[in-house]
Write a protein that binds this ligand. Structure first.
Ligand SMILES: Nc1ncnc2c1ncn2[C@@H]1O[C@H](COP(=O)(O)OP(=O)(O)O)[C@@H](O)[C@H]1O
Ligand SMILES: [Mg+2]
Length: 308
């Protein structure tokens, strides 16, 4: 059984707006799933429905086997949520806010754990500061500390790095990697493609309330991506020799670089033949590199298609 099972989950808001079209998805224990989609795609609606903050208008979902509607309390106990909007008691102290959340979930006091969490999040020095005095980035760290305080098995991070500085983003990625090591299942939404590329095991692309695809990140990138072979030449040339015409090479970098694009899905890449023909044409290489098209290009082409 998957730790999160979503079956035809659907949400139409009062007023008739269909924010989530029937969506079916299994999320395996211990994986990091990134839900990638533009603003208004329905990411927060999906997470809110799974966390019991929005009532679905169709379908169902379970967390750890507990229905998120009928068995809300049991499902909720397994979940940590870092919401997109910062909602904190501004006048409480950092450490009290984190302790409070743990208590809210009915867990016994555990000061050693609270200390470890605050240290991991670089909040220990700020433990006695009132939340109102913290920067936006620090407040986001507090949100994460609260979500971790009750030892969730499934952690939802809704745009955890939107509007935060680069340093915090890197920290966040490290925290996520560490949580994964502890076996926590992580579902994060983002509109930063490089974030999905950096940390996700699986990527779902969501647009206009619809899950357009969900696939293993590496498989997705090699399936959708074409690759390029960059051949640096010892001596610049002014045009591609006739014998190499069939490879449709592009000449750049002042005639010093040949770029060969090939399909990673193709039977043969043609690289061996190309290299042999290069030698025949008398071209000497100083370097060879392969480049893969990024998730960004894949994403843009997908969302572009759904808009058309
Ligand atoms: N409470 C609500 N009532 C009506 N429409 C809503 C409500 N919340 C969100 N929406 C609409 O649902 C769509 C999806 O929103 P949301 O799930 O927040 O998207 P995302 O998190 O991907 O940016 C948006 O068009 C938004 O305006
Ligand atoms: Mg959102």
């Amino acid at each position: 059984m998957a730790i999160v099972e979503i079956r035809d989950l659907q949400k139409t808001y009062a007023g008739g707006f269909e924010a989530l079209k029937p969506l079916t998805l299994d999320i395996e224990e211990g994986e990091i799933l990134a839900l990638l989609g533009p603003n208004g795609a329905g990411k927060t609606t999906l997470i809110s429905a799974l966390c019991g903050l929005v009532s679905p208008t169709g379908g169902s979902a379970t967390i750890g086997g507990h229905d998120v509607v009928d068995d809300y309390r049991a499902a909720r106990r397994l979940i940590g949520l870092v919401p997109q909007e910062i909602a904190l008691d501004q006048f409480s102290k950092v450490i009290d806010a984190v302790r409070f959340t743990r208590g809210l979930f009915g867990l016994p006091r555990d000061e050693a754990r609270i200390e470890a969490i605050l240290k991991d999040l670089s909040l220990w020095d700020k433990r006695d500061a009132r939340i109102v005095t913290l920067s936006g980035g620090m407040k986001r760290r507090v949100l994460i500390a609260k979500a971790l305080s009750h030892e969730p098995r499934v952690l939802f991070l809704d745009e955890p790095t939107a509007g935060v500085d680069v340093e915090l983003r890197r920290d966040m990625w490290e925290i996520v990697a560490k949580l994964k090591e502890d076996g926590v299942t992580i579902i994060l939404t983002t509109h930063y493609i490089e974030e999905a590329e950096a940390i996700a095991d699986r990527v779902g692309v969501i647009d206009k309330g619809q899950l357009l695809l969900v696939e293993d990140k590496d498989a997705l990138m090699s399936r959708m991506g074409s690759k390029e072979l960059h051949i640096s030449l010892r001596t610049a040339i002014t045009e591609v020799p006739e014998v190499l015409a069939k490879y449709a090479l592009e000449l750049s970098d002042g005639g010093q670089l040949l770029v060969y694009s090939y399909d990673t899905q193709g039977e043969a890449t043609g690289i061996t033949a190309l290299l042999a023909d290069l030698a025949k044409a008398g071209l000497k290489m100083t370097d060879l590199q392969t480049k893969q098209s990024s998730l960004e290009e894949i994403f843009v082409s997908l969302v572009g298609e759904s808009a058309a």
